[in-house]
Design a protein around this ligand. Structure first.
Ligand SMILES: [Mn+2]
Length: 373
């Protein structure tokens, strides 16, 4: 069977008595949009509800999540927009209890397909588009379109595409959908109604306490208009914009080593990822930007207090997923992953200074290699 057939048969084999969960990339616009496309598609295909949805940071398949799935007596686990490749031990353990489906577009590292796991990666569906530009929202939309009518979710797929910077590769789909909703095209996608609705979603995603509310709001919306007009999302957007402005205005406080910028921030809301995207596109265009967000108060599986890292290099002078992987490799409890121009991870708070030194060392290594014949 090919990958699409494997996917179709996983879905068709779900029975009414099964307990299903959709686990998605939380704090991410593409994550929540692809999750809602998946949940709605499952409901339509199977004529039943999805039991629970869970938002997770993109740091693999944690023990905490494993225990939660066990407690909830889940037997079908669907991961969307989550790079769980490195969690092989937990996946093997999980396969004894659950049938797993993984739909992802983060950098492909290893094939997770097995007797108990169905894995579908953007690369399996379209080899011509780099996987970071084939976001989960479009991938899920394309996959489920073979099984049921989800044409009315086209706008949601577009918002996910914009959130994950994959809109240029899918211009035709985007333009067609914008026309369908009477949205005026503009040179800067973020100035269109679709762009503004996307900003509202990513802002809402910055507040962990609102994660379920944001999911509900988008789930109940039937076009981007309701996202644009939602009171809670607009309030979130205002707070996030003010906070972003503060850290953008203070960007000179970032440490610099050649074209590597390391910016340690302590924001009021979860803006590290968005801030790194804005800085890398607008202010640090030819640099490698690393943001270390010290505001997290989350304790990891192993009981570590950690800080969050977001890395960007829009020109891919340095592959930031590679850089983070190298710099975190020997740090206990650290995790990293993502795409060549955009990656993220976590490190123990106490390792922050040593992590910075490693970033500089490996940045030098990666950039000097480039100049060798
Ligand atoms: Mn994504």
């Amino acid at each position: 069977m090919d990958h699409i057939q494997e996917f179709n048969s996983y879905i068709k084999n779900i029975k009414p008595e099964d307990k299903i969960t959709v686990v998605y990339h939380g704090f991410c616009g593409d994550g929540v949009c692809s999750a809602i496309i998946t949940v709605k598609s499952l409901e339509r295909t199977l004529e039943r509800k999805v039991d629970i949805t869970i938002h997770e940071p993109n740091v693999g398949f944690s023990n905490t999540l494993f225990e939660k799935l066990k407690t909830e007596k889940i037997n079908k686990v669907i991961f969307v927009d989550l790079a769980i490749y490195k969690s092989i031990d937990i996946i093997k353990k999980a396969e004894k209890l659950f049938d797993i489906l993984v739909i992802d577009h983060h950098e492909y590292t290893n094939d997770l397909n097995s007797a108990k796991t169905t894995f579908i990666h953007s690369n399996f569906v379209n080899k011509n588009i780099p996987s970071n530009f084939y976001p989960a929202s479009k991938l899920c939309y394309d996959l489920f379109s073979n099984l049921t009518n989800i044409e009315d979710l086209d706008w949601l797929s577009c918002l996910g595409l914009i959130a994950d910077a994959g809109y240029k590769q899918w211009k035709e789909f985007l333009v067609k959908t914008m026309k369908r909703y009477g949205v005026k095209e503009k040179e800067d996608i973020f100035l269109t109604e679709f762009g503004k609705a996307t900003a509202n979603i990513t802002s809402g995603e910055s507040f962990s306490e609102h994660a379920d509310d944001v999911f509900e709001i988008i789930y109940n919306a039937n076009s981007h208009k309701q996202i644009l007009n939602n009171k809670l999302l607009n309030e979130c957007n205002k707070k996030v914009s003010d906070e972003l402005k503060y850290w953008i205005d203070n960007r000179d406080k970032a440490e610099r080593h050649k074209d590597l910028i390391i910016y340690v921030i302590n924001p009021k809301y979860k803006i590290g990822s968005t801030l790194s995207t804005i800085l890398s596109f607008q202010y640090f265009k030819n640099s490698t930007t690393i943001i270390i967000d010290t505001s997290t108060k989350v304790i990891s599986d192993e009981g570590y207090d950690y800080v969050k890292v977001s890395a960007r290099d829009q020109n891919i002078n340095v592959k930031v997923n590679k850089l983070l992987e190298m710099a975190t490799k020997s740090l206990k409890g650290a995790k990293a992953g993502g795409h060549m121009p955009a990656a993220g991870g976590i490190i123990k708070r106490e390792d922050m200074e040593i992590f910075k030194k490693k970033l500089i060392k490996f940045y030098d290594e990666l950039t000097s290699n480039k100049h060798q014949p």
